[in-house]
Design a protein around this ligand. Sequence first.
Ligand code: 13P
Length: 254
Amino acid sequence: MNKNLRKVVIAGNWKMNKTATETKALLAEMKEKLPQTDATILLCVPAINIGTAMESVKGTAINIGAQNCHWAKNGAFTAEISADMLNDFGVKYAIIGHSERRQYFGETDETVNKRAKACLESGISPIICVGENLDEREKDITKDVIRVQIEKGLADFTAEDMKNSIIAYEPVWAIGTGKTATAQQAEEVCAYIRELLAGLFGNETAQAVTIQYGGSMNAKNAAELLAMENIDGGLIGGASLKAEDFATIVSCAN
Ligand code: 13P
């Protein structure tokens, strides 16, 4: 399988932005501006706005996703949200293990693994985030960091689980900084991730997995990044909050 046969997924991560009212307005603008595409378009909104967003995109090709998901089926986990709750809303994708969750909310590779498995059990595709920080890149240990995140994050996954998952490579130093990885830097790590997946699940499975790049992807640099052999989509923060920019990124995927 080559790049052309993999599913291209252009996903926005709205992080903690937009009220319900603003969500409706931005989605109305997105519906007007987004081009026709074969790529999967996904917007991961704050959990409280998933219902509103689902309503707004009804009948369009826009998918609404979550930014996190708890690992338990239900129970005494105040403020948490389960995979079944997301599934009941029609959510098909959830970001898991974003670096901001790891940095500010104590997320570890073990909890990433548990959350991702809970998603899979409820028919939700986890978008599992990995990435090195600046210190790790400067120490030239990027691949070691990624290998541990992949091996632990995907512990006990079957090949089928892997085929239903997406990996997002997001170098922490490139997130929200305006400092994008070069297409070559991003491709090198995404190719390495695919190599790791081949070792764990076999080449056929590895070739089928969508690997996204995220970190200051924008309307100007998207085309070059998305053209790389092992980059099958984007996970976009800031630029996904602007309909025009997000539309340009989607058009780069065509
Ligand atoms: P930015 O595109 O704002 O750098 O954010 C990337 C990101 O964290 C997406 O999950």
